[in-house]
Design a protein around this ligand. Sequence first.
Ligand SMILES: [Fe+2]
Length: 384
Amino acid sequence: MQDFFEFRLGARVLYKIGLAQEIGYEVERLRQKRALIVADRGVIEAGLLAPVQENLSTSIECVGVFADVPANSSVQAVEAGAALAQECNADLVVAIGGGSCLDTAKCMRILITCGGRLLDYQGYNVLDQPLVPMVAIPTTAGTGSEVTPFAVIHDEQERIKLTFVSPFLVPELAVLDPQLTCTLPPQLTAATAMDALTHAIETFVSTDNNPISDSLALHAIESISNHLRDAMNNGTNIIARGQLLIAACMAGMAFSNSFLGVVHALAHATGGRFPIHHGIANAIFLLPGMQFNSVLVPDRYVRIGHALGVNAGGRSQVEVIVDCINAVRTLMIDCGLPTRLRDVGVPETALEELADIALTDAAIFNNPRPLAREDLLLLLQAAW
Ligand SMILES: [Fe+2]
C-alpha cells in the first residue's frame, strides 16, 4: 500500500431485480428533458429494450435510439451516435447494453458536449468540463463500465484500442438489474465474468492498491468464483446473476482507483489487432500474468487464493499460490473458454508486434512486477 491514496466514487448505484422496468422515476430526478437511448443489437433482439423504453417514456421524452454499436466499440460508432444525439437535441444519454455499448455512450457524450474529433480527447484527464449526463444500464456482468471513469474504443483505422480517462466520464446513474443479464448465453456470461475477475485480481496486486479497493476486489473474486458456474448452468438463476452483476460493479469501483496490470495491457494489444472478445483475451493472459506477478507479491496471491476458497491450513506459501492459480484455471476449464492465443486465430508471427504495442499500454505502469519487452514476449509465447 502507498503512503498516500485517493479513493473516488462517482456514480449513484441502484440495484433491484426488475429495476430497469421502473426506472422512469429515478431518471426524472436528473431533470433532463430529451433522452437518446444507446443500445446494441443483441439487447434489442433479446427484447430487453422495449419494456425499459416504455417505462422511460412515462418520465422523459425518448427522442431516438442509436443501435449501431459494434461488438468492439469503434470511433466511427461514437461519431455516428453523437451526430444523431445532436440532431435530436438530446440532453441525456441512456445506455443499455454490454461494455462496448456503455463505452460508446460514454464517449458520445464527449462529442455532444465538447464537439470536435474523438481522437482529440484520448488519454488521461484531457476533459475539462462536465458532460451531458448519462444513465448506464449494463446487460452483462463484466466491464463495470457503469461506474468507471474509463472508456476503451477501437480505432479501426490504426487497429489499436484507444483509452479515455476522466472523472467526467463516470455516468451519473448506474442501474443494476440482474433480470437483464438472464438471456446472456453461457459463453458470453463466462467471458464477461472473466473480464471482471481479471479487473479484481489485477487491481488487488496493483502498485496502487489500497484497503478500500482491496476489500471491493476480494469480494468480487469470491463472488465470481462462487456464482459463475451457477449462472452458466442455469441462465435464469437470478441470485447468481445478481451476485455477478454486483461483483463486476465492485471490481469496476476498485480498478477505477487502483488500476490494472499486464494482463490488460496484453489483452488491449491483442484485441486491437484481432477480433477477440475482451474477456476471452483477459482469460488467456490471466494465468501467465498471475504466474509472472506472484513471484514479487506472493502474500497478495495468498489472499486471492483465500477468496477463491483455497485451503491454506498448514501449507507453504508456494503451495497456496499454486492452488490459487489452479483454482482460476479450473474455473476457466469449467467455463469452456479458449485458453490459448492459437485457438482464437492469433498467428505466432504476430507476437513480436503485440509485445511492442503492449509495452506502450498504460495498464503496465501499475503492474507489481516491472516489465521489459522481453518479458511481454515471454508472456505472449506462454499464452500462445
Ligand atoms: Fe477489462
